[in-house]
Design a protein around this ligand. Sequence first.
Ligand SMILES: Nc1ncnc2c1ncn2[C@@H]1O[C@H](COP(=O)(O)OP(=O)(O)OP(=O)(O)O)[C@@H](O)[C@H]1O
Ligand SMILES: [Mg+2]
Length: 139
Amino acid sequence: MEFISKTPEETEKIGEKVIKRYKPPCIFCLFGELGSGKTTFIRGAARYMGVTKVRSPTFLYIFIYNLPHVNLYHIDLYRITKTEEWNALGLDEYFSDKKGIIFIEWADRIRKLLPEKRVDVVFELIDEKRRKIIVKEKN
Ligand SMILES: Nc1ncnc2c1ncn2[C@@H]1O[C@H](COP(=O)(O)OP(=O)(O)OP(=O)(O)O)[C@@H](O)[C@H]1O
Ligand SMILES: [Mg+2]
């Protein structure tokens, strides 16, 4: 799937549209530079699932929202640089959650640890307002 977004609101809508197609367990790996819309996309998807306050996990690397049928994980690896740090994250436990819907910002930081079965979401900056969003299932 490929989308062009012209506003943050459109990016949220695209997040909603994409998440509607999936059930847990599911892992979304988000790629794209600073300000390309990753958190905005997650905000839209999370709102569809009933989470209204999505903050950017800038200092904490993860937020977990436990919902009745889903555990929503919002992981942001921007600050993770070294292998030792990845290993300390305990990601495997999250990845094996049958109720998990997992979003990983800056997933390229742990490329080697990413599961084969996942959905990649790539954000490209076209200009100040426009974003190209490419969603690709991997297996
Ligand atoms: N079409 C658009 N879609 C999403 N965001 C947009 C769009 N146009 C402008 N913006 C602006 O770009 C920024 C996107 O921020 P957001 O936090 O979603 O990016 P991010 O990819 O998560 O960045 P970071 O890597 O810092 O976490 C916001 O300031 C938003 O207002
Ligand atoms: Mg972000």
